[in-house]
Ligand binder design. Structure first.
Ligand code: FMN
Length: 172
């Protein structure tokens, strides 16, 4: 009953090499592992096309989509392999440090090199060091997420939502 941990934010995992082979899948099971150095992890099932590209090139990009990209997120989260990308509006551009491209207009792109992997149950946890990142200033003004931009969260199956604009500042 992993849904007990939902809603979770939804991300895009870009894999492959710019101009050669590129794929994208949706992923909820993404987490920060370390701040310094900046290390993240994503759980990818071996049945995914993405799994094979991450194994092959030892790198991946985590792209942060906004709610207005939800239809394309659904396409890459429900169909297998690069053919599906023709149905999306994703535009790929060169990354700063990886051969895996980043998605133009995503709220942020985190370029990761695989530093570890381990199978757990029906998924493989890929641990990646973030070797470069870029983001939209309007989405992370002053380094803080701007809720009005529409961060994407997943409820279940084909149901998504966005983070409320309500902010509660606690007494310290
Ligand atoms: C919102 C959403 C979140 C998902 N999260 C994950 C995830 O964290 N890990 C995973 O292996 N699959 C996840 N999936 C499933 C893959 O995105 C899906 O199987 C996709 O078709 C794989 O594409 P590929 O075979 O081209 O790599 C998710 C699907 C959706 C719709």
């Amino acid at each position: 009953m992993y849904r007990l941990l939902y809603p979770l934010r939804t991300y895009l995992i870009v894999s492959g090499r710019f101009g050669e082979e590129v794929n994208v899948m949706a992923a909820d099971w993404v987490t920060v592992v370390s701040a310094k150095p900046f290390i993240v992890a994503v759980s990818i099932a071996p049945t995914r096309y993405t799994y094979h590209l991450v194994k092959k090139y030892r790198e991946f990009v985590i792209s942060v989509p906004s709610i207005d990209m939800v239809n394309d997120v659904w396409i890459v989260g429900s169909e297998k392999g690069p053919e599906k990308l023709k149905k999306t509006k994703f535009e790929f551009v060169h990354a700063l440090k990886t051969m895996t491209p980043i998605i133009k207009n995503a709220l942020a792109n985190l370029e990761c090199k695989v530093i570890g992997e381990h199978p757990y149950g029906d998924h493989v946890l890929f641990v990646g060091e973030v070797v470069a990142y870029s983001y939209r200033e309007d989405a992370f003004r002053g380094g803080e997420p701007q809720l009005g931009i529409g961060f994407l969260a997943h409820i279940a199956y084909d149901k998504f939502t966005t983070i409320s604009k309500e902010i509660i500042t606690v007494k310290r």
